[in-house]
Design a protein around this ligand. Structure first.
Ligand SMILES: *[C@@H]1O[C@H](CO)[C@@H](O)[C@H](O)[C@H]1NC(C)=O
Ligand SMILES: *[C@@H]1O[C@H](CO)[C@@H](O)[C@H](O)[C@H]1NC(C)=O
Ligand SMILES: *[C@@H]1O[C@H](CO)[C@@H](O)[C@H](O)[C@H]1NC(C)=O
Ligand SMILES: *[C@@H]1O[C@H](CO)[C@@H](O)[C@H](O)[C@H]1NC(C)=O
Ligand SMILES: *[C@@H]1O[C@H](CO)[C@@H](O)[C@H](O)[C@H]1NC(C)=O
Ligand SMILES: *[C@@H]1O[C@H](CO)[C@@H](O)[C@H](O)[C@H]1NC(C)=O
Ligand SMILES: *[C@@H]1O[C@H](CO)[C@@H](O)[C@H](O)[C@H]1NC(C)=O
Length: 609
């Protein structure tokens, strides 16, 4: 499998818009640090909405607004009654943005009700500008200062993540009893009157004053009590024309990291890839396939509109270009399954062709952005045929599986194997420790590890990935020979199942044998005896012969073997974490270099390209 995914650095390329229209309200700047709450309020936290106005130049599409609030486009489009999330917005078009409101303790004397939003500082941003322009006065710079006591407002660096407290309130239990389910956060405009706001949102003027007091100034956040979210009637806006979208996609793509939806996309792709490559448990797959076939074409198209809404962080390819790159999707260009190799503008890409029927399944990966995870470059949607194409950077050297088990002519040196092990461990450590909620890959195996032109390893195929730990699954998926026993027995999903599978990959690297042989015997079952009694002889018999010929350090090999054995512990709780593993493998790496230097041996050339 020759694929490489791309992830772009974190998003937010929104240009600042300086409002030239000055209102004479300097004296009325909201100087509050936020709205009091009692932490034991029974109704907090709650789901609520903010009233947001689309504004030029940066906030004229749902993706830009979604980025501000860490939401996908459909999450805003649905409450706002926008049928096509891909369409652009008109200036002043109104949106209901869903937020989660909670009561937050700042220090012993101050508790404020707000929805925390992470915002990555760009060049030129200040607390004031982001609060008043991007967040449209739904917070104040004073409140931002209080909530981020460790950030110095005058010394912000590009890339700092600042929590912006979006003002909100949860209804008290008595308000709830009288049928008021939401307090919508609404920024009072200089042109607004209380009665206009009340009628716009279908609320009672009297209730608004009861909750907010009578002294309401322009740009104050007022909480408008309603029993249901008001119906918005949206204007019909023509969709962005293709060239415009493409340019935009490319620009945004430059700046930023794989957002929620990009990850979802990888997932769609990977689910598909997995199905096509054939996993172990075919029945589950067939069932899902049938479900997909049952979808009406119209539904598919609308699913596409939903998902395509998330995609404008990536390059948008035209189907004609992809077709030209692959000789009209000729068989000769197939790498594997429905993945084609194609050259576009002088660059090689891996192009995966797929249909989708998996929107429901797609809410797992939040953020992946790491050099040891394969990277998505762009996508293409063919509305007519109902196809979607995902475009990945091409991994020149294919899968680790093919290097270990199919390539008789060239063998990987121990040094290369060790580096591959460390790369994979780093990638796994990232998804286990640095994503929230944690992501479990669930299908770590040598064929899902791809090698780039420098023989650096990247983890591919997040098709079975699950977020959240200690979940229980109904369908057992994965690949025999790599599946952790507790998962097979009880369906328990935890990061430790990836640790187990990683242990099996280490065994493959050491022994050069398949995880499961033709008779169906699993490799890990034979590993436990190897390290018994500390006999080097046993290990040498078990090791890949070509490593013996290479006269590599047995110390280094045996320390990696010890890591593998620890990973394969029956009790998941006693397996090491990926952090420990990265540390231990780096030690083995040192050992290797020490030995080769001492003996004056230089490691054999890695491999020919
Ligand atoms: C909010 O709390 C502060 C400090 O406890 C208090 O001075 C202020 O009156 C409170 N405001 C409201 C509206 O309850
Ligand atoms: C919240 O806690 C305060 C003291 O901590 C108490 O006086 C108050 O009655 C509590 N309110 C509710 C609704 O439990
Ligand atoms: C915001 O950042 C904090 C700290 O890094 C993290 O715990 C939280 O999950 C982030 N929130 C979102 C919505 O990403
Ligand atoms: C926010 O408030 C400031 C004054 O406090 C005003 O100049 C600015 O235009 C407001 N922003 C928006 C988007 O209305
Ligand atoms: C709590 O925070 C507020 C706002 O930053 C500050 O004015 C107050 O002195 C702080 N109180 C304590 C006890 O730290
Ligand atoms: C909004 O629309 C729904 C159905 O279209 C209707 O049942 C509901 O009463 C409307 N709500 C308001 C506040 O107009
Ligand atoms: C949604 O908007 C359309 C116009 O775009 C309008 O006809 C329809 O009534 C709205 N639906 C609701 C539930 O308000």
């Amino acid at each position: 499998m020759k694929i490489k995914f791309h992830h772009l650095p974190p998003l937010l390329l929104l240009l600042l818009w300086y409002n030239t229209h000055q209102h004479n309200v300097q004296a009325q700047l909201p100087s509050t640090i936020g709205y009091n709450c009692t932490a034991n309020q029974s109704s907090s936290p709650c789901d609520t909405f903010v009233f947001y106005r689309a504004a030029p130049p940066s906030f004229l599409d749902l993706a830009a607004v979604g980025d501000l609030f860490s939401l996908s486009r459909p999450e805003i489009a649905i409450p706002s009654n926008i049928s096509s999330p891909a369409s652009r917005l008109l200036p002043d078009q109104t949106l209901f943005v869903p937020i989660k409101c909670s009561c937050n303790t700042v220090n012993t004397s101050v508790t404020i009700s707000y929805s925390p939003q992470n915002f990555t500082i760009r060049s030129g941003d200040t607390f004031y500008l982001v609060s008043t322009i991007s967040y449209q006065n739904l917070t104040t710079y004073q409140s931002v200062e209080v909530v981020n006591p460790n950030s110095i407002p005058t010394q912000l660096n590009v890339g700092d993540v600042i929590v912006f407290p979006i003002f909100c309130r949860c209804p008290t239990s008595s308000q709830r009893q009288s049928g008021l389910n939401y307090l919508i956060s609404y920024v009072f405009q200089p042109s607004d009157s209380l009665s206009a706001v009340a009628s716009k949102l279908g609320a009672s003027e009297q209730m608004i004053t009861e909750i907010n007091g009578a002294d309401i100034n322009p740009y104050d956040t007022v909480f408008v009590p309603v029993s249901n979210l008001p119906n918005l009637t949206q204007p019909v806006v023509p969709p962005l024309s293709p060239p415009e979208r493409e340019r935009k996609g490319a620009v945004i793509g430059l700046g930023v990291g794989l957002g929620v939806c990009g990850a979802l996309l990888i997932l769609v792709c990977a689910v598909w890839w997995y199905r096509e490559r054939g996993g172990v448990f075919k029945d589950v797959e067939k069932q899902q396939q049938r479900k997909g076939d049952g979808l009406l074409k119209a539904e598919k198209v609308s699913l596409m509109a939903d998902v395509s809404g998330c995609l404008d962080k990536y390059k948008v390819f035209q189907v004609e270009d992809l077709s030209a790159a692959t000789d009209g999707f000729d068989e000769r260009c197939i790498i594997q399954g429905s993945v084609y190799k194609g050259k576009i503008d002088g660059e090689w890409y891996a192009i995966k062709k797929m249909k989708w029927n998996a929107y429901e399944e797609l809410k797992i990966l939040q953020k992946v952005n790491h050099g040891n995870l394969v990277r998505l470059e762009g996508f293409c949607i063919d509305q007519e045929e109902g196809n979607c194409y995902l475009v990945y950077e091409y991994a020149e050297n294919g899968s680790l599986h093919s290097w270990l088990h199919e390539n008789e002519a060239e063998k990987l040196s121990w040094k290369t194997r060790l580096r591959i092990a460390i790369d994979v461990a780093n990638g796994l450590q990232y998804i286990h420790e640095h994503t929230r909620p944690k992501v479990v890959h669930k299908d770590i195996k040598s064929s899902n590890i791809l090698l780039d032109s420098n023989m650096r390893a990247k983890i591919a195929n997040f098709g079975l990935a699950k977020s959240g730990c200690n979940a229980i699954t109904m369908h057992i998926v994965g690949t025999q020979g790599y599946i952790a026993p507790e998962y097979l027995a009880d369906g328990v999903v935890s990061t430790k199942m990836d640790v187990f599978s990683f242990g099996v990959v280490l065994l493959e690297l050491i022994s050069g044998r398949e995880a499961r042989d033709e008779q169906g015997n699993v490799l890990w079952a034979s590993a436990s005896g190897v390290m018994d009694g500390k006999e080097e002889r046993k290990l040498r018999e078990w090791m890949d012969e070509c490593l013996l010929r290479e006269s590599c350090s047995t110390d280094s090999v045996s320390s990696v073997m010890a890591v593998a054995v620890a990973c394969l512990h029956k009790d998941p709780a006693r397996r090491p974490s990926m952090v420990d593993i990265v540390y231990a493998l780096s030690k083995s790496d040192d050992l290797f270099f020490d030995v080769s230097e001492e003996n004056g041996l230089s490691p054999r050339a890695v491999v020919a390209r």
